[in-house]
Design a protein around this ligand. Structure first.
Ligand SMILES: NC(=O)C1=CN([C@@H]2O[C@H](COP(=O)(O)OP(=O)(O)OC[C@H]3O[C@@H](n4cnc5c(N)ncnc54)[C@H](O)[C@@H]3O)[C@@H](O)[C@H]2O)[C@@H](O)CC1
Length: 544
C-alpha cells in the first residue's frame, strides 16, 4: 500500500534531522537521488549521461538547491548542464557545487556582472547562505536558456517544492510558459526534452494536488522523504508522470498518512476467494435496483459487472421488460419486481438509470434504509440527506459514487456551493466535505478516484485510463462495488483492520479493479459493454 503525507507532515518529520544539523546531508542525498532518476530516464530513452544536455530551472528555496546538487552529479559524469537562476536568491553551497562540477549558469533574475562568481566562491568557502544578486533583468540569459532548451535531453524543474504557494510568479512563470510550448512542439514531433520534477512539479500544491498554472508537466517526479498527497491526487497527479521516492530516513517520524493507495499486492490480498465450505448465500448476494424502461442499459451493465465478479448470486429488482433484456446476457441473475424488503441480499446497488421511474426510486429508498452496505449512484443520489439533522436517516452504511457534477449538485442541495470546476480542482477536499456532511463513504469518480469516509482513511486510486471516461462506465463500477461488498460481507476486513474501514477499503478496491479494466489495449476503442467481459482475466492476473 502506498502512503502519502501532507507537506506539513513531511516537514515535521524532517525537523529532528534538521535540528541535528543534517540539513545539508539531506539535500545532498536528495540531489543524488534526483540525479539517479535523470540517469535512468536518459538510459530508458537510449541516451548516455556523457554529453547529454540537461537544463535546470532553479528557484529561490531548497528545491532549487536540490536540483543544483543533482546537476553537479550529472555534470561530473559528463552531462552538459545549464542552470537558469530565476531568483535573486540561490543557496550558495549548492551553486558552488554545481559550478565546481562544470555546470554553466545563466540568470533571469536581476544581477550585475560578477555576482555569480561571488556566489561560487561563497559556496566553495562552505557557506550555506544565499547568494544575492541585484540590478537589471538579464533577458539574454533567459533567451539563451530557451534556445538551448529546444535541443535539451532533459529539463529539470527545481523552481518550487513543498514551500511553493500558489502559481509561479514572474519571472519564472514566463519562462515556464515558454518551456510548455517547447515541450508541446517536441511532443508533437515525437522528440523534445523530457521533464524531471524535483520533489513535485512547480505549481502543484504538495498537500492538495491543486494546480496553479502554468505548470511544466513532468515525465518523472523524484520526490524526497515520502510521497506527498498532491502527487496522488487529481489534478496534480496527472502532471507528475512516473513518481519515485528517495528515502531520507524520515519514515519513522511521519505519523498517520493523509492518503492511502492500494497497489496490486493489496488487491490480490483483498479480492475474495471462494472457500470450500461456501454455498451461494455465503459467497455473497448482490442486490441491484437499477435501470428503467427509459434507461435499461444501466441495469444491463451493472448486473453484467456484478455477476462477472463471481458472487453467489445477483438479484435484480425492476421492470420485467428490463429483466427480460438482461436475461439474454446474464441468465444467472435472479430477477423480480419485488420490494427490497422482501428479498435477502448482503449489499445493494441503487440508482443507475432510475431517473424518472417512481417505482425504482421507491425501491432505491428502501434499499438505502435497509441498514445493509448500499452503493448509491446517479438518480438515487437525490435521496441522500444531511447527517445529524433531526429525523435524518442513518447513512453510515452508504457508499455514494458521484462524478464531479453530481457531487457539486449534492453539495448544493446540502447547502454548500462548490461548482463542478471547484470539485475537479480539489477533489480530495470536496469528497471529504461530502463525507462529513452526509456521514457516508464517498467515492468521487475522476481521473484519480477519491474515496473519503467520515473519520476513516482516504484512498486515492489512479489506476484508470481516459478510455474509461465513457457512458456506462460508472454503472460497471457500481456493479463491481456491490458485488465486492456482498462477497466481503461477514469476512475479515483484511486491509484497514477495522470493520468500520471495510466500506472505504472495498470502495477503493472496486475503483482499482475497475481502473485496471481500462489498462489493456492502450488507446484501442473501448465501450462500457466490453468492461464486464474483462473482469475475470484482470482478476485472475491479480490473484494468480
Ligand atoms: N526540509 C528538508 O529537510 C529537505 C527539503 N528538501 C527540499 O526542500 C524543498 C522545500 O524547500 P523550501 O522550504 O525552501 O521551499 P521551496 O524550495 O519550495 O521554495 C520556497 C521559496 O519559494 C518562494 N515561493 C513560494 N511560492 C512561490 C511562488 N508561487 N512563486 C515564486 N516563488 C515562490 C518562497 O518565497 C521561498 O523563497 C522540498 O520541496 C525539497 O525539494 C530536500 O532538500 C530534502 C530535505
Amino acid at each position: 500500500m502506498l502512503r502519502a503525507y501532507t507537506a506539513a507532515a513531511v516537514r515535521a518529520a524532517e525537523q529532528p534531522l534538521l535540528d541535528a544539523g543534517q540539513g545539508p546531508a539531506l539535500m545532498r542525498l536528495a540531489g543524488h537521488g534526483l540525479a539517479l532518476g535523470v540517469v535512468s530516464l536518459l538510459r530508458g530513452r537510449g541516451r548516455r549521461v556523457y554529453g547529454a544536455r540537461v537544463m535546470l530551472l532553479i528557484g529561490s528555496g531548497n528545491n532549487g538547491a536540490d536540483a543544483l546538487f543533482a546537476g553537479a552529479h550529472l555534470a561530473s559524469q559528463g552531462a552538459r548542464t545549464t542552470a537558469l537562476l530565476t531568483s535573486a536568491r540561490t543557496r550558495a553551497d549548492a551553486l558552488a557545487a554545481f559550478t565546481r562540477a562544470g555546470g554553466r549558469v545563466l540568470e533571469v533574475a536581476p544581477g550585475p556582472a560578477g555576482t555569480l562568481g561571488s556566489a561560487g566562491s561563497a559556496g566553495s568557502a562552505g557557506s550555506a547562505g544565499s547568494a544575492s544578486t541585484a540590478g537589471t533583468p538579464d533577458t539574454q540569459g533567459t533567451a539563451a536558456f530557451l534556445r538551448e532548451a529546444e535541443l535539451a535531453d532533459v529539463i529539470m524543474d527545481g523552481l518550487l517544492g513543498t514551500g511553493g504557494r500558489g502559481g509561479l510568479r514572474e519571472p519564472a512563470a514566463g519562462v515556464v510558459a515558454q518551456l510548455c510550448k517547447i515541450r508541446t512542439r517536441g511532443a508533437l514531433a515525437g522528440s523534445g526534452p523530457a521533464v524531471v520534477a524535483c520533489d513535485l512539479p512547480s505549481g502543484v500544491d504538495a498537500t492538495s494536488g491543486e494546480v496553479y498554472g502554468p505548470v511544466l508537466a513532468a515525465d518523472l517526479t523524484v520526490t524526497f522523504g515520502a510521497l506527498k498527497t498532491g502527487l496522488v491526487a487529481a489534478p496534480g497527479e496527472q502532471l507528475c508522470g512516473a513518481v519515485s521516492v528517495v528515502e531520507l530516513g524520515i519514515a519513522g517520524h511521519l505519523g498517520t498518512p493523509d492518503v492511502l493507495r492500494l497497489e496490486g499486492s493489496d488487491l490480490a490480498a483483498m479480492l475474495p476467494r471462494p472457500e470450500s465450505t461456501d454455498q451461494k448465500y455465503t459467497r455473497g448476494v448482490a442486490g441491484i435496483v437499477a435501470g428503467s424502461a427509459r434507461y435499461p442499459g444501466a441495469a444491463l451493465l451493472s448486473v453484467a459487472a456484478a455477476s462477472a465478479c463471481g458472487p453467489g448470486m445477483v438479484r435484480y429488482l425492476g421492470d420485467p421488460a428490463v429483466s427480460a433484456a438482461l436475461h439474454v446476457r446474464n441468465p444467472e441473475a435472479v430477477c423480480s419486481a419485488e420490494s427490497p424488503e422482501d428479498v435477502r441480499v448482503q449489499a445493494w446497488l441503487a440508482g443507475p438509470g432510475v431517473d424518472g421511474d417512481s417505482a425504482q426510486l421507491g425501491r432505491a429508498r428502501l434499499a438505502m434504509a435497509s441498514g445493509l452496505p448500499t452503493v448509491v449512484d446517479a438518480g438515487a443520489l437525490t435521496l441522500v440527506g444531511r447527517a445529524g439533522q433531526p429525523g435524518a436517516a442513518e447513512q453510515s452504511q452508504l457508499v455514494l459514487t458521484p462524478h464531479a457534477g453530481e457531487l457539486s449538485t449534492l453539495l448544493a442541495r446540502l447547502g454548500t456551493e462548490r461548482s463542478r470546476t471547484d470539485v475537479e480542482a480539489a477533489p480530495v477536499e470536496a469528497a471529504r466535505q461530502a463525507a462529513r456532511l452526509t456521514g457516508a463513504t464517498v467515492l468521487l469518480k475522476g481521473p484519480t478516484t477519491v474515496v473519503a469516509s467520515p473519520g476513516g482513511p482516504t484512498y486515492t486510486q489512479g489506476d484508470g485510463t481516459p478510455s474509461l471516461a465513457t457512458a456506462g462506465s460508472g454503472d460497471t463500477l457500481g456493479g463491481i462495488l456491490v458485488a465486492l461488498l456482498a462477497m466481503r460481507a461477514g469476512r475479515p476486513p483484511g486491509i484497514g483492520g477495522e470493520p468500520r474501514d471495510n466500506l472505504p477499503a472495498t470502495a477503493a478496491l472496486a475503483a482499482a479493479l475497475h481502473g485496471r479494466l481500462g489498462q489493456d489495449g492502450a488507446g484501442a476503442p473501448l465501450n462500457a459493454g466490453m468492461l464486464a467481459g474483462r473482469i475475470p482475466a484482470v482478476w485472475a492476473g491479480l490473484t494468480r
